[in-house]
Design a protein around this ligand. Structure first.
Ligand code: DGL
Length: 271
């Protein structure tokens, strides 16, 4: 089955990268809305418009399911897309539940874009989890632009993160939730700044489990995340077609750019 992964930019590759490991025999489309990235600092209405355009394109590609590999687009548009289309649509949400299941009664720092942080969807999730006291929220919108420029561990990135994290006493926290798919590229830089006990949690596993359930797929048995034997995703080379805002990516330069992101994700995978 052909499965589409959609993001404002290259953040969604972190979800696709995990899918390459656990679903190595599927065919994928990856759609990055490079004309309109970043979404996180735009209005809800603008993002809804961008997502509607992308969906029009993707449903015409005869895909069996669409993964919105973007917390911001999910927050602004998943409900409208589900009302409009009947194919399985899987969204993402910050992994707060996972953080609290793993570390009950410890604080969690939820990082995401401005839209996700202020959006109703996240507020409703926090209420549902009864996590007002435990979930601290921080928008790290600038990381999206750093990631798009392939700037992951420069002094500017490090200074930005040091400044943003200086507001917290991390001895009270168990984890940092990466509530934006662009943030997975910065785990090594965050690791450098934060105390060693802080875990990084993203929504990739939960999102793909939901995809597997809805689309009736089967997870590869060879894959085990903590195993010494797991193969890096970039070695699998499953069939992927890339699009930037509806234009097929064919130039060797752009394909090499995407490959570099996947290699970076290989490095970040077990941090
Ligand atoms: N990657 C997206 C997310 O997961 C949003 C990045 C952006 O365009 O601001 O939230």
């Amino acid at each position: 089955m052909k499965i589409a992964f959609f993001d404002s930019g290259i953040g969604g590759l972190s979800v696709l990268h995990h899918a390459m490991n656990i679903l190595p025999n599927e065919e994928f489309i990856f759609y990055a809305d490079e004309d309109n990235v970043p979404y996180g600092t735009k209005t809800q209405e603008q993002v809804l418009g961008y997502v509607a355009e992308a969906f029009k394109f993707l449903v015409a590609q005869d895909v069996g399911a669409i993964v919105i590999a973007c917390n911001t687009a999910t927050s602004a548009a998943v409900r409208a897309m589900r009302e409009k289309y009947s194919l399985p649509i899987v969204g993402m949400e910050p992994a707060i539940k996972r953080a609290l299941d793993l570390f009950p009664a410890r604080k969690v720092l939820v990082t995401a874009t401005e839209i996700t942080i202020t959006g109703e969807k996240l507020q409703a999730l926090i209420d549902r989890l009864n996590a007002r006291e435990l979930a601290e929220l921080r928008a790290l919108s600038e990381l999206v632009e750093f990631a798009e420029r392939m700037e992951f561990n420069s002094a500017a990135v490090e200074n930005y993160l040091r400044e943003e994290f200086s507001a917290y006493d991390f001895s009270e926290f168990s984890s940092v939730v990466l509530g934006c798919t662009h943030f997975n590229y910065f785990k090594d830089t965050m690791r450098k700044i934060l105390p060693a006990h802080i875990k990084f949690l993203d929504g990739n596993e939960g999102t793909l489990n939901q995809l597997i359930r809805l689309a009736g797929l089967v997870k590869s048995e060879k894959w085990k995340v903590e195993s010494d034997f797991f193969t890096l995703a970039t070695n699998h080379q499953p069939l992927i077609t890339y699009y930037y805002s509806g234009r097929k990516v064919t130039s060797a330069k752009e394909l090499a750019r995407l490959e570099k992101y996947l290699q970076r994700l290989d490095e970040m995978y077990l941090i």
